[in-house]
Design a protein around this ligand. Structure first.
Ligand SMILES: Nc1ncnc2c1ncn2[C@@H]1O[C@H](COP(=O)(O)OP(=O)(O)OP(=O)(O)O)[C@@H](O)[C@H]1O
Ligand SMILES: [Mg+2]
Length: 231
């Protein structure tokens, strides 16, 4: 693996007596694209909440670029370079695509706006209010809003959810572009086939535990995993 940029060590989350994550280790190397998969309620979003500062782990540590960030507030974590999108589509609906990106840069990274728009093929939608855009475009706006901040790690929570087949292929292609451009990505997905084709490495969560980890090829060679999680 390349130099670790994100590290979760022995992360557990317990809320109101319920164990939601148990001793999860995850390392994401510089420039990697890692997929987190697993059934509903496995703890995938919770893992992202802990990673991005929205939740403090009950025990365990989270490091970004070698520095501890568990317990650091979300806006600070974002400023340190960990930027996430949410399971439900973000963006301010009444603002245009461009205005959303301008707002996201907060006066910095101005040149990055055009670049991000071109990278995600949003140029045609610049002046359209986000609420009038297709779901696929709104999802891409969410990703664009994240990448104009030039994150060290981009966390995507179910970027393909709710999309029709052809839109899924398009959004996957756009995520691949962001990755190819050099952004380190960690994404949660239920679309296993497309995730296997997109990522360098997969991490399987079930009932709050990491049950498997490896390249799509490695995990795809294990019949037990294919049957339970990969088909
Ligand atoms: N703040 C909370 N308080 C209590 N329980 C919670 C909280 N957040 C999550 N949970 C519970 O933790 C478990 C894991 O939830 P999480 O949202 O992380 O799962 P997930 O893997 O993202 O599921 P999905 O694929 O449906 O999005 C679920 O049983 C959920 O109900
Ligand atoms: Mg979730």
């Amino acid at each position: 693996m390349t130099t670790p940029v994100l590290e979760l060590r022995d992360v557990s989350v317990r809320i109101g007596g319920v164990q939601i994550l148990s001793d999860v280790d995850m390392v994401v190397g510089e420039g990697e694209c890692v997929g987190v998969i697993g059934p509903n309620g496995a703890g995938k979003t919770t893992l992202f909440n802990v990673t991005s500062g929205f939740m403090r782990p009950t025990t365990g540590t989270v490091l970004l670029g070698g520095s501890r960030i568990d317990g650091v507030r979300p806006h600070r974590v974002a400023r340190l370079g960990m930027v996430r999108t949410f399971q439900n589509v973000g963006g301010f609906g009444d603002l245009t695509v461009r205005q959303n990106l301008v707002l996201a840069t907060r006066g910095r990274h101005e040149g990055r706006i055009e670049q991000a728009g071109a990278l995600l093929s949003l140029d045609g939608s610049w002046d359209i209010a986000v609420k009038d855009c297709s779901l696929a475009t709104r999802k891409l706006v969410g990703i664009a809003v994240a990448i104009v901040r030039e994150p060290r790690v981009l966390l995507l929570d179910e970027p393909l959810a709710g999309l029709a087949t052809e839109d899924r292929d398009h959004v996957v292609e756009m995520i691949r572009r962001v990755h190819t451009e050099g952004t380190t990505i960690c994404l949660i997905e239920h679309d296993i086939r497309r995730t296997r084709a997109l990522v360098d490495r997969l991490l399987v969560l079930d009932a709050g535990r990491k049950v498997a980890e490896g390249s799509p090829e490695e995990l795809g060679a294990r019949n037990d995993l294919v049957e339970a999680y990969l088909s």
